[in-house]
Design a protein around this ligand. Structure first.
Ligand SMILES: [Cu+2]
Ligand SMILES: [Zn+2]
Length: 222
């Protein structure tokens, strides 16, 4: 049963000075089945990358006409949920404001009306999270502190960046009034700020921006 290792064949034939040695040796090796070192390299893509875990999207919030609220809303894809990090300013101290994803990624209208209605791909009624079912875009309210700033983090399991109830390409709207959960859209009133939700790239990443401004500061430092 014991077979000579393939390299012995190579060594022997090579020693004879034959021109066809290597080919013969290869055939011998392959048919012998002792060295089936056929290395198939498959790049296994981790399942989590398919879900976009770690991917972020950002809505740069700009005030509608006559208003002052602005800042960023960052969406971070997690395993089975979406984290929403809100950093806004320019509100009345201690005020609360309806906060939704609207169906159209268009903030061009002076009053934000171009963003359309609440994002509602499943055809549900309006409601307050965590109540379900509700519009996919119903994110409840945000609350300003005594300085009129909002620094808030929330997590939703019913929306994602690009999979179920995908929000990329939609718009975030902050309203003038509290969302009271009433029909059809929470009685939240006028639109104070609007931002289109865009997948983060190397250029738009806050880290990159921070690094840039940091180096700017360095340059300006005496
Ligand atoms: Cu809204
Ligand atoms: Zn709604």
């Amino acid at each position: 049963m014991r077979r000579a290792p393939w390299w012995m064949c190579v060594a022997l034939i090579a020693a004879c000075g034959s021109e066809v040695t290597v080919e013969e040796a290869e055939v011998d090796r392959d048919s012998g089945g002792e060295h089936t070192e056929v290395v198939v390299v498959r790049e296994e893509v981790p399942a989590e990358e398919d879900d976009g875990v770690g991917q972020r999207a950002i809505a740069e919030m700009a005030p509608t006409e006559g208003n002052a609220a602005s800042g960023t809303v960052v969406f971070t894809q997690q395993e089975g949920s979406l984290k929403v990090t809100v950093n806004l300013s320019g509100f009345a101290p201690g005020s609360s404001h309806g906060f939704h994803v609207h169906e159209t990624g268009d903030c061009s209208a002076p009053d934000g009306s171009s963003a359309g209605g609440h994002y509602n791909p499943e055809g549900h009624d309006h409601d307050m999270p965590p109540d379900a079912p509700r519009h996919a875009g119903d994110m409840g309210n945000i609350a300003a502190d005594a300085d009129g700033n909002v620094s808030q983090e929330m997590t939703f399991t019913n929306i994602s960046l690009e999979n179920a109830n995908a929000i990329v390409g939609k718009a975030v709207i902050v309203h003038a009034n509290l969302d009271d959960g009433g029909q059809p859209t929470g009685n939240a009133g006028a639109r104070l700020a609007c931002g289109v939700i865009q997948l983060e790239t190397a250029e738009t990443a806050p880290e990159a921006a921070a690094e840039e401004s940091a180096s700017d500061e360095e340059t300006m430092a005496p």
